[in-house]
Write a protein that binds this ligand. Structure first.
Ligand code: CUK
Ligand code: CUA
Length: 641
């Protein structure tokens, strides 16, 4: 309770100190006063392209947005967990299956942490993964097509927060549960949480060639909250680290009851050891329902498979596989430096950052120097694993990234700043305010062995006066700092979409050359595709009507459709026969409640329409595709049933 009071006092104190920033509308004085050199640094001239891609999670928008660095220009929103009318994602028959879960169709989620695939610990630019927090899911997105190719649901999990971080050869994408829950789920009193609930840490294998996901095993841990995670790399490759809070196992009044222990844990998991155990027949199969949704590029169609079983592992059955590292004050971020030597746990309720040493951890394990156990899992001694403490002088540390030059950058939510400090000496070398209340930060490659330490992007939770007012609801705000010098320099603000929690970035040259420009018509294996406009037709099968429709500038074939009756189920299968890059056609029909379709050249997309009224009803192309776009239209005649 004492600590909680201190925390409140700290917040109030900081609010007073920083009240000059933002709350009072002190124009000009608090905005980091940018000069013309900052303008030059972010200016990307018309027709020129950015140096980096930045992928920002959309938070409760459920999607992923793509920006350029240093310009801060937004290029695209990639729909992942949410329906997206702009492209018909989650509305078209081809993409609806991507949003199936064991709870039914769930067309949104809360997407927090993107991570780019790696080879030998360096970004390889093949895929980007992102987690859905709410209805636990992991998505894999192609960085060639920038489309969601796969979504796998995670059973036995709830609040899929310490996800989706990947091992250094993309062997696994890892998902940890925020909420511990009864496993398997069952009807039981909530206040019997303690020692009965479990926290699942899920290791999902990634097939090396095509990236297909498969749950390899779930480690069923004690009922703590597993907040964030990071892979080991270099020397620590083969390990994975997870911050925990609520080691008190409280089930209500969490802000007080889960903050009692002076230290929670970082859980260190030797996944290679568990992999061996599982490969030699270890683990227990458990009944579990979860959806596995795969989008096939050949047919341009998603399919859902419902899975029935998952392999679980009891950590106490694999000696030497799991240890707890005591870490002060409810740690949030769990970040491993590029060498893999340092594991940084940021206690939310602390001013200091705790840095653990991987080598010391191994030495302590080898020497069996334990300080008791929790549910059969050995606890290492804090002093034995501590590499150093960063006396930050900030409040509310959350996340840390690295520049590859021996520096770390940590965000402080309460004191609204990014603090730069040195690995090894633990001294603070610079600090810059953020506007305001920063969550994560991102350096391209900052989550790998080879960061590109030129810029850091701070993602701020509170926007206040940074932009022209748009009413009570503001978009969130990100800021770009030049970190190429000794001191950080704030060079740009840009608004973001949804709530970016984390982001991932990479050099443009890694992705741009491999970016797919067009789907080839010859490769289109969609069952309702037509190879050319002359094959367009209407087929009736009972009450189902299938319209095989072609689009090419500037007409639909067929464009006058008769013989449809009220009560029919009409499928418009639209194939785009354009052969030129970036010439989509759209399709929409009056009264349609399933959004329009956007069909890229070489693709086929399907929309269902259930006519309710007799009449002659227009449809039209929704994407301005040629000078005769407004001529791109047609009619459907609907007769009485
Ligand atoms: S996060 Cu998800 S609550 Cu600090 Cu990674 Cu924002
Ligand atoms: Cu096709 Cu407008």
């Amino acid at each position: 309770m004492k600590k909680y009071k201190y925390y409140l006092m700290a917040i109030i104190g900081v609010a007073l100190v920083f009240s000059g920033c933002g709350n009072g509308g002190t124009k000009g004085s608090s905005n980091g006063a940018l000069g013309s050199s900052a303008a030059e640094k972010v200016y990307v001239a018309p027709g020129q392209q950015d140096e980096f891609y930045a992928f920002l999670s959309g938070g409760y928008s459920g999607n992923l947005t793509v920006y350029g660095l240093p310009s801060g220009r937004m290029f695209k929103e990639i729909p992942v967990f949410s329906q997206f009318p702009t492209s018909g994602y989650g509305y078209s028959e081809e993409t609806k299956p991507m949003l199936n879960t064991s709870f039914g169709f769930v067309p949104w989620d809360d997407a927090h942490h993107p991570d780019i695939s790696q080879t030998n610990g360096e970004l390889d630019g093949r895929w980007i993964f992102i987690n859905g927090n709410n209805t636990p899911r992991i998505a894999r997105i192609s960085l060639s097509t920038f489309e969601t190719e796969e979504i796998i649901e995670i059973p036995n999990s709830a609040g899929n927060h310490s996800s989706s971080f990947i091992t250094e050869n993309t062997e696994y994408v890892v998902a940890g549960t925020r909420f511990s829950v009864p496993v398997p789920q069952r009807d039981m009193p909530i206040n019997e949480y303690k020692s009965n609930f479990k926290g699942a840490l899920t290791f999902i294998s990634v097939e090396p060639e095509h990236g297909q996901l498969d749950i390899k095993f779930q480690l069923l841990m004690p009922g703590f909250n597993y907040d964030l995670s990071h892979p080991g790399r270099g020397d620590s490759h083969g390990w994975f680290f997870f911050t925990t809070y609520n080691t008190e196992e409280a089930n209500s009044l969490m802000e007080v009851n889960s903050s009692q222990n002076d230290k929670d844990f970082i859980a260190a998991v030797n996944w290679k050891k568990i992999e061996e155990y599982v490969n030699s027949g270890g683990g227990t199969k458990m009944a579990a329902d979860y959806a596995h949704n795969v989008y096939d590029e050949g047919t341009h169609t998603g399919t859902t498979t419902m899975k029935k079983e998952v392999l679980t592992v009891d950590p106490t059955k694999v000696p030497g596989a799991v240890f707890f590292l005591p870490t002060p004050k409810s740690p949030h971020g769990c970040d491993v430096d590029p060498s893999g030597q340092y594991i940084i746990g940021n206690g939310k309720l602390s001013a200091d950052l705790t840095v653990h040493s991987f080598d010391k951890m191994i030495a302590a394990i080898d020497g069996k120097k334990f300080d008791g156990e929790a549910y059969g899992i050995p606890i290492l001694k804090f002093e034995d694993v501590l590499a150093g403490t960063v006396k930050s002088g900030g409040l509310g540390p959350l996340h840390t990234e690295f520049d590859g030059q021996g520096n770390a950058y940590t965000t402080f939510f309460i004191s609204s700043e990014v603090v730069k400090w040195k690995l090894g000496t633990w001294e603070v070398v610079d600090r810059k305010p953020t506007f305001y209340s920063v969550g994560h930060l991102m350096i391209p490659g900052g989550n790998s062995r080879k960061p590109f330490g030129k810029y850091v992007v701070a993602m701020n939770k509170i926007t206040k006066d940074r932009y022209l007012p748009t009413g009570p609801e503001m978009e969130h705000s990100a800021q770009i700092y030049d970190i190429s010098g000794e001191k950080m320099e704030l060079i740009y603000d840009f608004p973001t979409h949804g709530e970016p929690h984390y982001a991932a970035g990479c050099p443009a040259e890694l992705l741009a050359p491999n970016s797919k420009k067009i789907y080839r018509l010859d490769d289109n294996k969609h069952p309702y595709a037509v190879a050319n406009p002359s094959e367009a037709r209407v087929e009736r099968n009972g009450k189902e009507v299938h319209i095989y429709m072609s689009t090419i500038r500037s007409h639909f074939t067929p464009d006058n459709i008769e013989g449809i009756k009220v009560g029919d189920e009409v499928y418009f299968h639209i194939t785009n026969h354009e052969q030129d890059f970036d010439v989509p056609h759209g399709f929409s029909i009056i009264g349609q409640n399933t959004s329009e379709l956007l069909v890229m050249p070489g693709q086929t997309k399907t929309s269902i329409w259930k006519p309710k009224k007799v009449g002659v009803w227009p449809f039209y192309c929704t994407d301005f595709c040629s000078a005769l776009h407004q001529e791109m239209q047609g009619y459907v005649r609907v007769s009485p049933a």
